[in-house]
Design a protein around this ligand. Structure first.
Ligand code: AMP
Length: 289
């Protein structure tokens, strides 16, 4: 399969506008590269919808609140390009930092609890940088549809809020988490795990799966505490948070909600690598509401 690579905003915009004018839907998959099957699932979803697909690779410096995380973020351009060619995506947009930020820029976004809890709390400035670049990219590419993974559950909710607030004419499509066969959520950061650390990291998904089995037996508050403690006692894992919140409002849950989903969200360090994962817990335990 052939693929066109654009580095300039004007080129990718002209491509997208040309296709839209000709009646095609453009589907956009923003990434930071180091591509894996999770990213490819977003491309496949876009192709299944009949979109012409553009993937961006841009390691956005303004969303890293930790300079060593930015310096060590995996960059695997040649491998990414080969994967993209196989995936059947049409265009790669691969801009430089100067192309996206001719001058320094970081808008502040306030979506209440959604911006301030969990990742918003533990990674100050991260969501401001992420939303700033997603808004810029959506305005550059002007897609009909943009695809994001539920792996970054809070990010997806914030992007939906931002698009609504800014009235950006795009449909945001959320896509399920893709996991390795042993359950580990795929992530570019997994590449940095040593083999032993990768084994240790499995505690994260195991605890999430176990908790999901127990939603009828216990209250969210108890399960969140249990999840945190189990991770704390796991070899090589240092949990930052394990919370069960309302999947729409992100309010921490005392009781199971009767008309919203609940979601368990976790961030944990394995060595120096910070991993996140989550599990939607459906409206199961109505007896507690
Ligand atoms: P990233 O390159 O990590 O910024 O991710 C780019 C997009 O891929 C985001 O929308 C992520 O939520 C999504 N993504 C990353 N990992 C996964 C996964 N394991 N399953 C599904 N989507 C994912």
């Amino acid at each position: 399969m052939s693929i066109v690579v654009f580095e300039k905003i004007t080129d990718v915009r002209a491509w997208s506008e040309g296709l839209s004018a000709a009646g095609h839907a453009v589907g956009f998959v923003p990434t930071m590269g180091a591509l894996h099957a999770g990213h490819i699932s977003l491309i496949n979803r876009a192709k299944d919808s009949g979109d012409k697909v553009v993937v961006s690779i841009f390691v956005n410096p303004t969303q890293f609140n930790n300079s060593s995380d930015l310096a060590n973020y995996p960059r695997t351009y040649d491998q990414d390009l080969a994967l993209l060619k196989d995936s059947g995506c049409d265009v790669l947009f691969f801009p430089s930092v100067a192309e996206i930020y001719p001058k320094p820029e970081k808008r502040h976004w306030d979506f209440g609890l959604l911006s301030t809890t969990l990742e918003g709390y533990y990674r100050p400035g991260h969501f401001d940088g992420m939303l700033t670049v997603v808004q810029k990219l959506l305005e550059i590419v002007k897609p009909a549809h943009a695809y994001f993974g539920e792996k970054d559950f809070q990010q997806l909710s914030l992007i939906r809020s931002m698009v609504r607030q800014e009235k950006i004419p795009v449909e945001i499509v959320g896509c399920p988490i893709i996991r390795e066969s042993d359950g580990l959520a795929m992530s570019s950061r997994n590449m940095r795990l040593k083999p032993e650390q990768r084994d240790d990291a499995l505690a994260i998904n195991r605890v999430l799966f176990d908790i999901r089995e127990r939603t009828e037996a216990a209250l969210p508050r108890e399960l969140a505490k249990e999840g945190f403690n189990r991770l704390k006692d796991s070899k090589g894992v240092v949990p930052e948070y394990f919370e069960i919140v309302n999947a729409r409002t992100f309010e921490p849950l005392e009781y199971w909600p009767s008309d919203d989903d609940a979601v368990a969200l976790v961030a944990a360090y394995v060595g120096e690598i910070r991993l996140i994962d989550n599990m939607v817990l459906k409206k199961m335990a109505l007896s507690y509401s």
